[in-house]
Design a protein around this ligand. Structure first.
Ligand code: HPA
Length: 277
């Protein structure tokens, strides 16, 4: 992938000049979940538009900036807003920030999203630890020349979300009295929501939640050797589960309702990562 190494070096250098520090943990904040970034102390916030080689986010509910600083005594960087495939970004752009995380020396990635509940035992407002995923986006960010600086041509994905980190996530939930679901996240391209027939299909193949993000970032993170922990906020029941139709407003309203619980959980997980090493 000609030029990627140079671009990453330039982006990293720009952020070093901004005194971004050396984060160990990166957090990608999904739709409506950006509030966690406000808990970061001594923050250095850099809007995506200022960062060399960064795309610009377009979706409502996404602030579009990187925030560097400390959370629970740990050095972190948070992405407030991500790049979606459905916005028209190619997979290289969608995952550029994850390549950057590796370049900056990040070890752990906490990836979050808003998702529809496919498992009928779920309720909107539930938080789900991602155990595994199914990629139905019709594309893979690792296609094309292998970026061998960061990882192998055929990366293993048999433990994309390591059990050790999921156990840490569960302990954080227990410690705060926040019940957690656990399940499989299916990624589709969007932007249309699914049909009821597609949701029956997703359930049949083992999905518990569905969304339009996360999997590209997790593929690249695994390629680059980052350890990933994923959390879905179930913002709505998927199409056909209930009689009502789906809309983005419901997604944002549920995210708004759970944002404190969600932020507390992620902060507790970050604290746990500090002692897990
Ligand atoms: N489907 C796909 N993506 C989503 C949904 C959904 O029901 N809810 C939030 N993101």
């Amino acid at each position: 992938m000609t030029g990627l190494a140079e671009k990453l070096a330039e982006t990293a250098e720009y952020l070093r000049q901004k005194r971004a520090g050396r984060p160990e943990t990166a957090i990608i904040l999904g739709s409506g979940l950006g509030v966690l970034a406000e808990k970061i102390s001594s923050p250095v916030a850099v809007p995506y538009g200022e960062i060399p080689h960064f795309p610009v986010s377009t979706v409502e509910g996404h602030r579009g900036r990187l925030v560097f600083g400390e959370l629970e005594g740990q050095k972190v960087m948070a992405m407030q807003g991500r790049f979606h495939f459905y916005e028209g970004y190619d997979m290289g752009k969608v995952t550029y920030p994850v390549r950057l995380m590796k370049e900056l020396g990040v070890k752990f990635l906490i990836v979050t999203n808003a998702a529809g509940g496919v498992n009928t035992l779920f309720t909107p407002g539930d938080l789900m630890l991602i155990r595994d995923h199914i990629n139905l986006m019709g594309a893979n960010p690792l296609m094309g020349p292998n970026y061998s600086h960061q990882g192998p041509r055929f990366p293993d994905m048999s433990e994309a979300y390591p059990g050790t980190l999921r156990a840490l996530g569960k302990r954080a939930g227990e410690c705060l009295g926040i019940p957690l679901q656990e399940g499989v996240y299916a990624a589709v391209s969007g932007p249309s929501y699914e049909t009821p027939a597609e949701i029956r299909y997703l359930r049949a193949i083992g999905a518990d939640a569905v969304g339009m993000s996360t999997v590209p970032e997790v593929l690249v993170a695994n390629h680059a050797g980052l350890q990933v922990l994923g959390i879905s906020c179930i913002t709505n029941m998927a199409a056909g589960v209930l009689v009502q139709k789906l809309n983005h407003q419901e997604v944002m309203e549920t995210a708004e309702r759970v944002k404190e619980k969600f932020s507390a959980l992620v902060a507790e997980i970050v604290k746990g990562l500090g002692t897990a090493r």
